[in-house]
Design a protein around this ligand. Structure first.
Ligand SMILES: *Cc1c(COP(=O)(O)O)cnc(C)c1O
Length: 374
């Protein structure tokens, strides 16, 4: 978290600990702080404050959007369109709805991870009730042509949700221009606290709540609000908006320095999705003839935290569905590393990685039977 975020949250624990739904003055004080935060989040995406619904994070925002529309529109139809590279919060939610009798179209993506708007246009049917396509991908950073997709959704009069967890605060977002009806955000991806997020719900959107109870958040999400978390999220959103034109270009320069540095020092590496518009902070690099888990562990021992294109679940290495969707073989996916930069990353950090990784790759390649044949 940014220090300013921690500082903004502290008084909520110590002095302003009221319940924002209470009528007494310290409840109202908490409500006022929450209203400020709502305004900051709304400004970051050009929404109205009444259109921001606070939830427990990006996962809940995705669930509320998708299940909320699926439930409220089931009389109209049961067809949902999404892409093959969504975050698990969308992917597993759509899979669950498939089991409940909904019909889901999974749009393919190009080698750079882009959805073809023409594919979307062709997939829309009279019973289509929701299009859910993420704004920017969390593994490879690809930014979708969301304005074009939004226009297609509007022309077809179909609700349009986008998972904006990765794009919020990293690139300019204007929910009016994008023509989204629902847009998911998460605080901890922009240096705010974990366990809080928001769903933008366009005025007039018919959404069945997934959480019922006391009718908080204008009946969209019941449950006493996480005031401290929301206040921290608000401050993080304010700082992110301020840094869009200053911090983010600097982060992009660091990302380019990392990629150029590694390419100049290591043979047989490739930047995944490099030809698509990408987030400034994400770099996914495929290292041929080296194994991802080994790279991650070796880098970890040197103090560098990265992730790889596979998740070790129940002892078997499952290649990332995102890397598979952009045409990588399981081996290529296993040899891919994701580097995430931020406003807090320095030039020294980048140079340290550029100096450290070549030796690690060389050592692992020595062990690879494929590399020796080259
Ligand atoms: C992190 C992430 C989520 C989940 O957000 P949480 O706040 O961790 O639940 C959803 N979608 C994308 C694209 C993400 O990167």
């Amino acid at each position: 978290m940014r220090p300013e975020v921690v500082a903004a949250m502290m008084p909520v624990f110590t002095e302003h600990f009221g319940n924002a739904s209470s009528i007494h003055w310290f409840g109202q004080q908490a409500k006022a702080m929450m209203d400020d935060a709502r305004q900051q989040v709304a400004r970051l995406i050009n929404a109205e404050t009444a259109e921001v619904v606070f939830v427990s994070g990006g996962t809940e925002a995705d669930n509320l959007a998708i299940r909320g529309i699926a439930d409220s529109q089931r009389a109209k139809g049961r067809h949902i369109i999404t892409s093959r590279i969504e975050h698990h919060a969308v992917l597993h939610t759509c899979k669950d709805l498939e089991k409940q009798g909904y019909d889901v179209t999974w749009l393919p993506v190009s080698r750079d991870g882009l959805v073809d708007p023409e594919d979307l246009r062709k997939a829309i049917r009279p019973d289509t009730i929701l299009i859910t396509i993420m704004h920017a991908n969390n593994e490879i950073g690809t930014i979708q042509p969301l304005e074009e997709i939004g226009q297609i959704a509007e022309d077809a009069d179909v609700y349009f949700h986008s998972d904006g967890v990765q794009s919020t605060g990293k690139i300019p977002v204007d929910v009016r221009k994008l023509k989204v009806d629902l847009y998911s955000m998460s605080s901890h991806k922009i240096h705010g606290p974990k366990g809080v997020g928001a769903l933008f719900v366009r005025k007039g959107t018919i959404l069945k709540p997934t959480m019922t109870g006391g009718g908080h958040e204008r009946n969209r999400r019941s449950g006493t609000e996480n005031v401290a978390g929301i206040v921290g999220f608000g401050e993080a959103a304010r700082l992110a908006r301020e840094g869009l034109k200053t911090d983010m270009p600097r982060v992009a320069t660091l990302r380019d320095r990392l990629e150029a540095g590694l390419k100049s020092k290591i043979e047989f590496i490739h930047v995944n999705a490099r030809n698509a518009p990408r987030l400034p902070n994400t770099s996914n690099i495929m290292v041929d003839y080296a194994e991802g888990e080994g790279l991650v562990i070796s880098l970890d021992l040197k103090g560098v935290a990265v992730s790889t294109g596979s998740a070790c679940s129940s002892g078997s290495l499952e290649p990332s569905h995102v890397l598979t969707a952009i045409g990588k073989t399981p081996d290529e996916a296993h040899g891919s590393l994701r580097f995430s930069l931020s406003t807090m990353t320095t030039e020294e950090d980048v140079d340290y990685v550029v100096e450290t990784l070549p030796g690690i790759v060389e050592r692992l390649r020595e062990l690879s039977p494929y590399y020796k044949k080259v």
